[in-house]
Design a protein around this ligand. Structure first.
Ligand code: DAH
Length: 339
């Protein structure tokens, strides 16, 4: 029996080495009609006093075969897994870097240009969060609860009671308290409104707010600064017009329009066929707003404006559809590479 067992073991090792699959080996050695089953049958011919020992030897053999076949199966599985992992890793980290430079977003370009012009006129550039509270976005701007002006701004409210900034004016109160008077500051930001989107409306857009507060500031200061800035940005003397406009935080309030640079004033979808683009609401800061900001309206006056940076970028670069700005298309953005 011993001899038969070592013979069988030798055959098994040879089969294992020749690359037979675990299934084939199982059938050939451990199956119902396999080699060990044959050995079991031969137990019949073993003399009674040696039967027990022979039986134990066969069982030991079976256990050894099972272990070896199992180990082979696990090794094959691991090999298949590693193969799958290495074929999934398609990129090669040792390749040289792609030297193709990215580009600034057109709104960033316009924003920086406006910042430069205002900085050269003594304005500081301020930051303020995009998530704000009701007080800063409305209350401090002379828009109390239930004021109809709140309906003009389709606000996204958050579950914690805060909201997404609907306009850059939300930073006015903070900046007045930060510096006191006199002050000159601009504060660009992304703003959000729950608007239906079309060629000239987006729910996410950029504004640049500005404030100048000092003794004896008047509407002529406002007109001077706006005209200077816009002429610089467009590199030409622009046609502008002021219309009366209502905003609770200014008195008087205006709409500053510029002639549409896309159609030259003839009318196109971007200017709603009017030839004018509503670019910049502005006005003289309301005494209540100055007071809320800790500034005495008897002593100081000031102007404020809320420039539509997105609109400005549309006009400057001839972008006809506002949706292009948020589309993330590399074909669009790569056109701004050299700037
Ligand atoms: N915050 C206003 C809006 O987005 C725009 C605005 C109007 C800002 C008049 C001003 C201003 O500073 O004086 O609807």
């Amino acid at each position: 029996m011993k001899e038969k067992i070592s013979e069988l073991l030798a055959r098994f090792e040879a089969d294992l080495a020749s690359g037979k699959s675990p299934d084939e080996l199982r059938v050939a050695y451990l199956g119902k009609n396999g080699a060990t089953a044959e050995l079991m049958k031969e137990l019949r011919n073993v003399p009674v006093d040696r039967k027990k020992e022979a039986g134990q030897m066969i069982n030991g053999l079976k256990t050894k075969l099972e272990e070896e076949i199992g180990a082979r199966a696990r090794a094959l599985e691991e090999e298949a897994l590693q193969k799958a992992i290495s074929s999934a890793r398609r990129y090669n980290p040792t390749l040289p870097a792609n030297n193709d430079l990215g580009s600034y977003h057109p709104i960033t370009l316009v924003q920086r240009e406006v910042e430069d012009v205002f900085a050269s006129m003594g304005f500081t550039v301020e930051e303020y969060p995009e998530i704000v509270d009701d007080y800063h976005c409305f209350e401090a701007l002379n828009i109390p609860k239930h004021h109809p002006a709140r309906d003009m701004q389709d606000t996204y409210y958050l579950e914690n009671g805060q909201l997404l900034k609907t306009h850059t004016s939300a930073a006015q109160n903070y900046i007045m308290k930060k510096y006191g008077a006199p002050l000159r500051a601009i504060f660009p930001s992304r703003c959000f409104r729950n608007e239906a989107i079309d060629a000239c409306h987006e729910n996410t857009f950029f504004q640049m707010e500005g404030m100048m507060i000092d003794r004896d500031i008047s509407i002529s200061n406002l007109i001077y600064f706006m005209k200077t800035m816009l002429s610089e940005v467009f590199g030409q003397d622009l046609r502008v017009r002021l219309r009366p406009g209502f905003f609770p935080f200014v008195e008087p309030g205006f709409e500053l329009d510029i002639s549409c640079l896309i159609c030259g004033g003839e009318g196109c979808p971007s200017c709603k066929n009017s030839g004018w683009l509503e670019l910049c609401p502005c006005g003289m800061i309301h005494p209540n707003v100055l007071t809320a900001g800790g500034i005495d309206p008897e002593e100081y006056t000031g102007f404020a404006f809320g420039l539509g940076l997105t609109r400005l970028a549309m006009m400057k670069y001839g972008v006809k559809d506002i949706r292009d700005f948020n589309a993330g298309s590399l074909r669009t953005l790569s056109q701004f590479k050299s700037r």
